[in-house]
Design a protein around this ligand. Structure first.
Ligand SMILES: Nc1ncnc2c1ncn2[C@@H]1O[C@H](COP(=O)(O)OP(=O)(O)OP(=O)(O)O)[C@@H](O)[C@H]1O
Ligand SMILES: [Mg+2]
Length: 343
């Protein structure tokens, strides 16, 4: 089964072709760092306008890199939510129009279920049950993953997402957008024990996270010091990164124990973080669990993960009608988009 994936929930316009839900034939991503960089964060109106310019070129590139004509596709999978509605609508409308023109089934995919599906691409041999840690710009959550069932939420952030904290700290430190990779690079020259930043909820039972207190602690420290030297900037970045990563490792370990499963998949943009990969890798060796980290280009937003998630739905006979709509906020497992009608 050849499925075209289309993803435009935030500031990446992406298209990809995946065979049988596992094999990536092409994956094209058009980023917008140049559009949003000057503002230090995503400007929704500019994001959707750029998507409109890019969408047909990105989809055409994905098809030509896969060596396919649209007639050879078996279905279209498109992100329906959550995300920025203006951005979502561009990919959704294009995907539906293509499906309509070619007489193909179209299926709406939940963006986080897409991130989780990156696991099937990176580790096709991994069989559920396993624990999924989704850490991205908008989410920080632990799920139990079972075959044929929606992911079950175990815990999530009560305020900011961890990626959002990386982005805000980058701005406080005068580092460029996107913030996560910039903070991580700065941290390499610093000391993680230079400052003791808070790890909220670390000692509290359960699997919830909190990142707004950490962000505020960094803001107060930066304000107290005024002009920062390179060394101070590196120390703050390293100490922040250590405080951001520790709860992810501790709560993931706790979830694996509580759920009695032996494998963890870490997905979403923050899964690209080097320190997290090292610390989770050490925990996996010490505790004897398997930790799966998809490669970085499958962790940040991409359409291969959407095609993989959509392939599983299409293989089960799920398709949505052409009234398929986009939603800005929608919890995993309760997608409100219509089901059952073929395109
Ligand atoms: N190496 C890294 N270290 C830490 N954070 C990183 C790294 N690389 C990317 N990030 C962070 O990942 C986030 C982007 O990830 P992703 O594209 O999955 O999020 P999103 O799509 O914006 O949010 P969501 O998936 O929740 O809708 C940003 O917050 C970015 O700073
Ligand atoms: Mg994302």
């Amino acid at each position: 089964m050849l499925v075209l994936g289309v993803e435009s929930s935030c500031d990446e316009m992406a298209a990809a072709v995946v065979r049988d839900g596992r094999e990536i034939l092409s994956s094209c991503v058009h980023g917008q760092a140049d559009v949003h960089g000057p503002y230090g964060g995503v400007v929704p109106e500019l994001a959707s306008r750029d998507h409109t310019r890019a969408v047909s070129r990105v989809v055409a590139n994905a098809l030509s890199e896969a060596g396919l004509a649209p007639e050879q596709l078996d279905g279209v999978a498109v992100t329906a939510g959550p995300g920025l509605v203006g951005s979502l609508l561009v990919g959704l409308s294009f995907g539906k129009a293509l499906a309509y023109r070619m007489g193909l089934p179209v299926v709406g995919v939940h963006h986080l279920e897409g991130h989780l599906a990156a696991t099937a691409l990176a580790a096709p041999d991994l069989e559920p049950p396993y624990v999924g840690l989704v850490i991205s710009g908008g989410h920080t959550a632990l799920y139990r993953i079972e075959s044929g069932r929606p992911p079950r939420l175990l815990g999530q952030t009560r305020d900011d997402a961890v990626g959002e904290a990386f982005d805000k700290v980058a701005r406080l430190l005068g580092l460029p957008y996107p913030g996560g990779p910039a903070v991580s690079a700065a941290a390499r020259a610093g000391s993680e024990v230079a400052l003791k930043f808070p790890r909220p909820l670390l000692d509290r039972a359960g699997f919830d996270f909190s990142y707004s207190g950490l962000k505020t602690a960094v803001a107060l420290e930066v304000e107290r010091r005024g002009e920062l030297s390179e060394e101070e900037r590196a120390d703050i970045a390293a100490s922040f990164e250590a405080a951001a990563v520790e709860p992810l490792v501790v709560k993931a370990r706790r979830a694996l124990e509580a759920e009695g499963v032996g494998a963890l998949a870490v997905v979403g943009g923050v899964a690209a973080n080097r320190r997290l990969r090292e610390e989770m890798g050490r925990a996996a060796s010490a505790m004897g669990f398997r930790a799966v980290f998809p490669p970085s280009d499958l962790c940040t937003d991409n359409a291969a993960m959407i095609a993989a998630a959509g392939s599983a739905l299409l293989a089960r006979g799920e398709a949505h009608g052409l009234d398929l709509n986009s939603f800005s906020r929608v919890p995993v497992g309760s997608a409100p988009w219509s089901s059952g009608g073929a395109a």
